[in-house]
Ligand binder design. Structure first.
Ligand SMILES: Nc1nc2c(ncn2[C@@H]2O[C@H](COP(=O)(O)OP(=O)(O)O)[C@@H](O)[C@H]2O)c(=O)[nH]1
Ligand SMILES: [Mg+2]
Length: 294
């Protein structure tokens, strides 16, 4: 048997969460077109013939402007020393920038083999890919360079096989039906936050959070799961944006979230959403602890 941890790290928006979801075949991590969507370390276990791989999705590495973001970046950077294979996910469709060099310098310190995962190849012409691979190859930092599309799934199976090959011998760390270590409440809050990110703009996605106040499990099969959540924002002026005219926006968020919650929990869901202003919550250790932003 082989087994080990593989962390997916990289810049915000590179597609780390999309890739985790693609690999485990379940939507464990929310995805958005806004950077810094992932705030927590999210684990997804996948079993193969003769191997168990624990994939770890991490927040994007960026310049932190709030205590929350310092914690987020630490979460990602800490995994560099703890894993058996490091997967550096890069958006192949974006021109390289300083942020990329910063991350590449970070992974050079890893003891584990570093895979360069060139993601979003569905967006670029194949003729652009070869020189890109050549350029990264010349850095001499990467054990493997694998172009993939997390969105279409192209070449992801090859990536997985290459990862399994590099894992050490070892017994599985989790039981065969184990998928993740985050509690159900976490996924409930994240599903609501995903809709919030989808429907709002500008500073709202960055300065909002979702807390599950009550999670009432159905008392019997076919009963309703009841969720009471608070959307935290930082300023009084943000509250009406989330509520919308005549409560239209919060209704839209609630309806979309409920549909996904029902799929995720495979049961009918009652969802109650409140908006609360808590200034500077991104600097507040007790809020961050509650949110599990380590
Ligand atoms: N076209 C394309 N878009 C992708 C791909 N992977 C991710 N995306 C999109 O890129 C954005 C950021 O993805 P996400 O997984 O949240 O990135 P993360 O911040 O690295 O976790 C989302 O809009 C995704 O739908 C891909 O392979 N191809
Ligand atoms: Mg993410």
């Amino acid at each position: 048997m082989k087994s080990g941890f593989v962390s997916l790290i990289g810049r915000p928006n590179a597609g780390k969460s999309t890739l985790l979801n693609r690999i485990v075949g379940t939507k464990l991590a929310i995805v958005s077109d806004k950077p810094q969507t992932t705030r927590n370390r999210i684990l997804g276990v996948k079993n193969y013939e003769g191997a168990q791989v624990v994939f770890v999705d991490t927040p994007g590495i960026h310049r932190p402007l709030h205590r929350m973001n310092v914690r987020m970046v630490d979460t990602a950077v800490d995994t560099i020393r703890e894993v058996d294979v490091l997967g550096l996910v890069v958006d192949a469709a974006e021109p390289p920038g300083n942020g990329d060099n910063f991350v590449i310098d970070l992974v050079k310190k890893a003891n584990a083999p570093v895979f360069l995962i060139l993601n979003k190849v569905d967006l670029i012409r194949k003729s652009r890919l070869l020189p890109m691979i050549q350029r990264f190859h010349e850095m001499g930092t990467f054990a493997e360079i694998v172009p993939v599309s997390a969105a279409t799934g192209e070449n992801v199976d090859r990536l997985e096989r290459a990862i399994v090959e590099r894992l050490p011998e070892g017994e599985p760390m989790y039981p065969p039906d184990y998928l993740t270590d985050q509690p159900e409440r976490f996924f409930a809050a994240e599903i609501v936050r995903e809709k919030l990110l989808q429907f709002t703009h500008a500073e709202i996605p960055f300065s909002s959070a979702v807390v599950v106040d009550r999670f009432e499990e159905p008392s019997a099969p076919k009963e309703i799961l009841k969720l009471y959540c608070t959307i935290l924002v930082e300023r009084e002026s943000q509250k009406p944006i989330i509520l919308g005219r005549g409560g239209e926006m919060i209704k839209k968020i609630g309806t979309a979230a409920r549909a996904d919650l029902e799929k995720f929990f495979d049961t009918r869901v009652f969802l109650d959403l409140h908006v609360r202003v808590k200034s500077e919550w991104r600097e507040d250790d007790s809020v961050l602890n509650d949110l599990g932003v380590k």
